[in-house]
Ligand binder design. Structure first.
Ligand SMILES: Cc1cc2nc3c(=O)[nH]c(=O)nc-3n(C[C@H](O)[C@H](O)[C@H](O)COP(=O)(O)OP(=O)(O)OC[C@H]3O[C@@H](n4cnc5c(N)ncnc54)[C@H](O)[C@@H]3O)c2cc1C
Length: 350
């Protein structure tokens, strides 16, 4: 039996890793559209700086996720940021954050959060830079008689599988299904459920400085949701590996409304605009960074979710995992959704 996984983000890789351990006879191939691993748990490198421009850190509120990160995966480069997250409001008033909340570890990898994707993918067959455009349902020699051909967006056949696990953000799955030839009843059920998952956009910036910016907190979060900046990370506080000595790296992530309004704003103008807002927030002149970087996340965080059971009980050989099936966008929840879908795959295999 063959399993195809679409997407090498946290959910897809966590699922592929577990099924590979539990069902070694199953051949699993992962298709990832980009060159990197880990999806939105992403890291960029530039001029000696290392920054996480998607997810900022990982929480591990369940014992299972904590054990997984600290024991099962190699943990040499894993560490707790240690510094707290403070809050700010629309008037740039900064307040000490919640102590209980801050007592939980905030896990990051010293060389970047995309280390998680690399660790999850070790020993797995990942075909990178393969963007799946459509599926074609076919008859197969398995217990259900159903199989799928997977086609690259350029039309080329890239693989055949008995089961397909789809893990991109829901709207990107809808695009794949719209182009696919699959059973019409299954398609209707899946469309209706996937349409419930909506995402917020996020403009995520990085601003590098050739001087130190020292504060008692690692990051600031906007609590009244009335500021254009929703999050400001002091990326250099993640450890000395993150920037050259004597330098600093700020990571402003913009609120959904601001991100929508400035989606088309040119990169240089956006950097100037946000650097001015950051200057006001931190009360110092940060208008002229050494360089700035912008990542435009169209599907950053789910604002609403789709029902995991409805998606995974169509008995079609199609399966679904990802943060949008399990609540707010969090890396640890994406891991758990990958684990949950393995139970569904195993039920189908019997
Ligand atoms: C700006 C931002 C800040 C965040 N902050 C935090 C945080 O601090 N803490 C936290 O826990 N979480 C945070 N998150 C959320 C967290 O990153 C996500 O919830 C989690 O990474 C989602 O994992 P996933 O596997 O569900 O999806 P993804 O990571 O999106 O993985 C989907 C994968 O599918 C691939 N793909 C898509 N279409 C195709 C196709 N057609 N063919 C092949 N491959 C395809 C994509 O390239 C991607 O690799 C943040 C996210 C963003 C964007």
């Amino acid at each position: 039996m063959k399993l195809a996984v679409i997407g090498a983000g946290t959910a897809g890789l966590a699922a592929a890793r577990l099924i590979h351990q539990r069902q070694p006879h199953l051949t699993t191939t992962i298709y990832e559209k980009s060159r990197g691993l880990g999806g939105r748990a992403a890291t960029r490198r530039r001029e000696g700086f290392v920054f996480d421009h998607g997810a900022q850190y990982i929480k591990a509120p369940s014992a299972a996720v904590e054990r997984f990160l600290t024991n099962e995966l190699t943990a040499d480069l894993l560490h707790d940021i240690g510094y707290p997250v403070w809050t700010f409001d629309q008037h740039n008033t900064i307040t000490e954050g919640d102590r209980t909340h801050n007592a939980d570890p905030k896990w990051v990898y010293r060389d970047g959060l995309n280390r998680l994707g690399k660790l999850l993918a070790s020993d797995l067959d990942v075909q990178r830079e393969v963007r799946i455009g459509r599926l074609q349902q076919i008859s197969a020699h398995n217990h259900t008689g159903i199989g799928y051909e997977l086609y690259h967006v350029d039309g080329q056949l890239v693989g055949v599988a008995d089961m397909v696990l789809l893990t991109p953000p829901a709207p990107q799955i809808v695009d794949i299904l719209n182009a696919s030839e699959i059973d019409s009843g299954t398609r209707e059920t899946l469309h209706a459920e996937l349409a419930k998952a909506h995402y917020r956009r996020c403009l995520s910036l990085a601003l590098a400085y050739d001087h130190t910016i020292e504060r008692p907190f690692y990051a600031l979060v906007n609590t009244d949701r009335a500021h254009p900046i929703s999050w400001l990370g002091l990326e250099h506080k993640k450890g000395p590996e993150r920037c050259p000595a004597g330098h600093s790296l700020l990571l402003p992530q913009m609120a959904a409304q601001f991100s929508l309004e400035h989606w088309e704003t040119l990169t240089e103008s956006l950097i100037s605009l946000v650097a001015a807002q950051v200057s006001e927030l931190l009360g110092m002149d940060l208008h002229t960074p050494l360089w700035g970087d912008v990542q435009r996340w169209r599907y950053a965080l789910p604002a609403s979710s789709a029902d995991f059971a409805t998606l995974n009980h169509t008995n079609s050989g199609l399966f679904f995992a990802g943060d949008y099936t399990i609540g707010p966008g969090r890396v640890h929840l994406a891991i758990e959704s990958g684990w949950h879908v393995v139970e569904e795959l195993e039920r189908y295999l019997i």
